[in-house]
Ligand binder design. Structure first.
Ligand SMILES: [Fe+2]
Length: 158
């Protein structure tokens, strides 16, 4: 099952932003599937006495690598998406840009810190990480981006 299901409720009324949000939801859902399969593998590996521990470790390492790649894609796309919104804010002189941009920077800082820890082997992406991302994105779209969307609509941008 998908972590986040897109619905029209998420639409902020600006096509370019909605299209990017859908893509971001898709990337986060892909990441969630991966977290779920790594979790299952760890549980199965612990219970499965027939499997060679070496092979099991290899599989987990491989999955951690795939996970790092997915996280990289999510971060890159998020960065690109935030730039799009911030370009529109500047272009249409959005009065609420300071707080909005701050929310973007804060999330990127958290994500980059997680990436660093993941690459150093000091952290893992867990279902709690995914729950945090889901809540952050839902709240940001429904509260913060909707305000931007309304403003852009008022300036004739859809
Ligand atoms: Fe935003």
């Amino acid at each position: 099952m998908s972590l986040i299901t897109w619905s029209d409720n998420f639409s902020v009324g600006v096509e370019e932003i909605d299209t990017q949000h859908k893509k971001l939801v898709q990337l986060i859902n892909d990441m969630h599937v991966m977290v779920g399969s790594v979790g299952r593998m760890a549980v199965n590996g612990a219970a499965h006495t027939g499997a060679s521990p070496d092979n099991h470790m290899l599989s987990i390492d491989h999955n951690e690598m795939v996970m790092a790649e997915i996280l990289e894609r999510v971060i890159d796309y998020t960065d690109f998406h935030f730039s799009t919104e911030e370009r529109l804010m500047a272009e249409y002189e959005f009065p609420g840009s300071t707080g909005h941009v701050h929310e973007h920077q804060r999330l990127l800082a958290i994500a980059l810190e997680l990436q660093d820890k993941l690459n150093d082997g000091q952290a893992r992406i867990t279902l709690e990480t995914m729950d945090f991302l889901k809540k952050w994105l839902s709240h940001h779209i429904l509260e913060t981006d909707k305000l931007l969307g309304k403003y852009l609509n008022s300036q004739g941008k859809y």
